[in-house]
Design a protein around this ligand. Sequence first.
Ligand code: NAD
Length: 382
Amino acid sequence: MLIGILKETAPGETRVALLPESLKSLLAQGIQISVEAGAGVAAGASDEAYAQAGATVTADRAVILANADLLPLVNAPSAGDQAQLKLGAVVIGFLKPLDAPHALDAAIARPATLFSMELVPRISRAQSMDALSSMATIAGYKAVIAAADRLPRLFPMLMTAAGTIPPARVFVIGAGVAGLQAIATARRLGAVVEAYDVRAAAGEQVRSLGAKFLDVDLGGISAEGGGGYAAELTEEALDRGRDLITRTAAHSDVIVTTAQVPGRPAPRLIRRAAIEAMRTGSVLVDLAAPAGGNCELTQPGVEQTIGGVTLLAPLNLPAEVPVHASQLYARNILNFLALIVKKGELQVDLADEVLAGACVAHQGKAVNPRVAKLLEETAAKP
Ligand code: NAD
């Protein structure tokens, strides 16, 4: 069996799916590993390091695509790459099947077996494969660092002979994995932190990090959507959150917003009025930008200054921390591979709930029911 490690081609991508240190257990099973030259350079892994670990390094991407039985990737392969896959190859990565299902048509038709890291079920057995959480942890940290860098103020309270500087006030919206890491990072830097989430369960976690949890009465609506995720709310319930956000924005120096509902556009929670209420120099980091953004003024990927407030809408913060992002991702991938590689052979058993949940397509057919439904619905449109 041959595993291929490709250089990612998405603009700005610096991560790599497997590092040299990840290869030992695979090589020990008699698996061959072929690495595209330069694949790990941005993540601190040289071609020599892969070669020393026992892989073959080649500049010929097409040869890897044509021969690899298994391709762990970070991002979905391009249509051109999909068309070159070996028949029956297994492809694993952040394939975005719920955002752009038809972008995978060529691979499904090939047919290739596709597993999406976003779809790995959030059950305790699969925690070590939870790449969404790994990347959200990095994004939450980096969002606060980016905000601290832009803010024309200090984060910690300082008492000096020249006077006392009050701590920065940070408001975190959405206290999931990224939000909790943002809270922890802002607290370590000395900020006073408030946080809001629609899931009441988040309150205890927020308070345990030394931040204040802001509660909104949703009028009896349950915001729990299963699997720890939030449900999509009604406009009326969203409005209650929007009012709280506008009030809190007025005394916040930094807002880090992370609210998402899986497979849906990000909820629009931050009105123009909230930005206008912030004082000049304040910073808002919209981590929901890849799903459209939580702020109505967000332009994904674009940095703006609105009335003196800096609005950042980064699309790929983990790529700004390529070494550790690749390290965590590679471990998630290795743990996932343990489910489908046995004694050096590929064994895909879709009776396993983790594999069935994560499988986008197998033998030319969509497997995950949400993906299958979406493919059907979108294919029916003229
Ligand atoms: P996510 O990225 O989908 O959403 C981020 C946060 O936004 C969530 O906390 C959500 O409640 C919140 N949100 C959604 N709509 C909102 C709104 N209108 N207003 C305010 N907040 C809103 O979620 P995530 O961070 O990937 O995961 C959420 C939770 O899932 C985690 O905190 C954790 O409890 C749970 N989880 C469980 C497992 C597991 O069991 N293996 C793994 C990871 C996470």
